[in-house]
Design a protein around this ligand. Structure first.
Ligand SMILES: [Zn+2]
Length: 447
């Protein structure tokens, strides 16, 4: 552990090598005191490591000076020479667009491109659908995967492009892939925050937000659910988690929202870096927790497969409000996860040759788990006559309703459940239909 003064002196010699040369990465012991210090001062927390019990933040010179001057028991160090410059082999907005269009040209039957909206600077945000008969909506369950709400998290579009590559090139050969693609509609947004990423490459390797007004809005604090509700974001434009002037003020956020409303995913993964954690709703210390046991259970299963720690944001980090997964869960009953890839050893800008393949291969187990889980214990089907609007589920013999599922407007329903015996009631305005069912795989009910 260096003293603050000597570390600052040595810093002077390495600053300048990186674009974001003014700021310095600081590593703290992971304690509740440190977490509240970081949160109260709205510092830019970059990653957490539950294996070594450390947390890292990027501090500006004035924040560093404040930390150095305070009489404090907080322990910190400077973890390495600045690794703040991106490796030029990672994705750019242009490379992403070329990749998506080339993939569709190569696999026209099993892919479809949709422009879900435009960024503030007018870039088209692309989503690629992978499914058999991709041009048709076949009422199959939908899985959404997106990367890069945050511009500097350059590993995340590697995960999504690898997923696209894996599914398209193995279709018709690998039995799992063929079955997934035939039976589900898989939507991938390989890079979401295109403007921010462009700025990351050209101006500031530590850029996180979109490019609103030069200061930027944190797209993952801009969703309406819980917006500005639990000190889990900032009202200061300069803060890294600035939430914007209003819920969904940013065109990128609005584009994601209308896309999700249109496709109604069963599952979602939003990829971030870095921390090696799996996050599920809710971001705020609970006034409530997800009713569905499956949300936590599947999060834990993904965590186990990846050797990442599962939990809510407030359990693993601290309160976060206005995030995409809380909105998806609340408004569209998506079972959504944030997966933070890479560790404090890797940071935002790991060496491409050393870390890229290793990270994407390890993370396949995460999205594969959701595609496989679609085939697991659940109620799935479609009601045709519009007589029913909701499905209420309780454990057999219990009066308490554990889950109220809103049937999609196209009549489809996908209720993911742990294995068990359930009392299931389909409800419409003038009608109810009750059934006791054993759920140990996909169960289709036609009330
Ligand atoms: Zn992030």
């Amino acid at each position: 552990m260096k003293t603050w003064r000597s570390a600052f002196a040595s810093l002077m010699f390495i600053a300048g090598s990186a674009l974001a040369a003014d700021s310095q990465l600081v590593r703290f012991d992971l304690t509740d005191d440190v977490k509240s210090y970081l949160r109260q001062n709205e510092l830019d927390v970059t990653g957490i490591n539950y294996k070594t019990m450390e947390i890292e933040a990027l501090l500006t010179p004035s924040e560093l000076a404040e930390l150095g001057a305070r009489k404090t028991t907080i322990k910190f160090s400077f973890p390495r020479s600045l690794v703040l410059a991106p490796d030029g082999r990672y994705q750019t907005p242009d490379k992403i667009e070329d990749f998506v269009r080339a993939t569709h040209a190569r696999f026209p039957d099993i892919t479809e491109i949709r422009v879900i909206g435009k960024t503030l600077e007018g870039r088209e945000i692309l989503a690629l659908k992978i499914s058999d008969n991709a041009a048709t909506d076949e009422l199959e369950p939908v899985v959404l995967v997106n990367a890069m709400h945050h511009a500097r998290e350059v590993m995340t579009p590697e995960i999504t492009t690898d997923m696209i590559e894996y599914l398209t090139t193995r279709y018709g050969q690998d039995t799992d892939v063929t079955r997934w693609v035939n039976n589900a509609e898989i939507w991938v947004i390989p890079m979401f925050n295109l403007d921010g990423n462009q700025k990351m490459w050209l101006e500031d390797s530590m850029w996180r937000k979109n490019t609103r007004g030069g200061f930027g809005v944190d797209l993952n604090r801009n969703y309406p659910t819980g917006w500005n509700s639990c000190n889990g974001s900032s009202g200061r434009q300069s803060a890294q988690d600035y939430r914007g002037t209003a819920p969904a003020s940013e065109p990128e956020t609005a584009a994601m929202m209308s896309f999700v409303a249109a496709i109604k995913p069963v599952f979602n993964i939003s990829y971030h870096s870095y921390s090696e954690i799996v996050i599920y709703p809710f971001g705020c210390r609970p006034r409530r927790t997800p009713a569905e046991e499956a949300v936590e259970a599947i999060g834990a299963e993904i965590g186990k497969k990846l050797d990442y720690k599962p939990g809510t944001a407030w359990e693993l980090l601290y309160n976060a409000d206005g995030g995409d997964i809380d909105w998806m869960y609340t408004e569209h009953q998506v079972i959504p996860y944030v997966i933070e890839v890479n560790s404090t050893r890797d940071g935002f800008h790991p060496d491409y040759a050393k870390m890229r393949d290793k990270t994407v291969v390890r993370n396949r187990a995460g999205w594969m788990h959701l595609l496989t889980r679609l085939e697991g214990p659940s109620l799935q089907g479609a009601v045709t006559d519009g007589a029913f609007q909701t499905i209420k589920v309780s454990k057999a013999g219990e009066s308490r309703v554990s889950q109220t599922y809103r049937i999609n407007s196209d009549g489809t329903y996908y209720v993911i459940l742990p294995s068990g015996v359930y009392d299931v009631t389909f409800e419409g305005k003038n009608t109810r239909r009750f059934e006791r069912v054993t759920v140990d795989g996909v169960k289709t009910l036609r009330p």
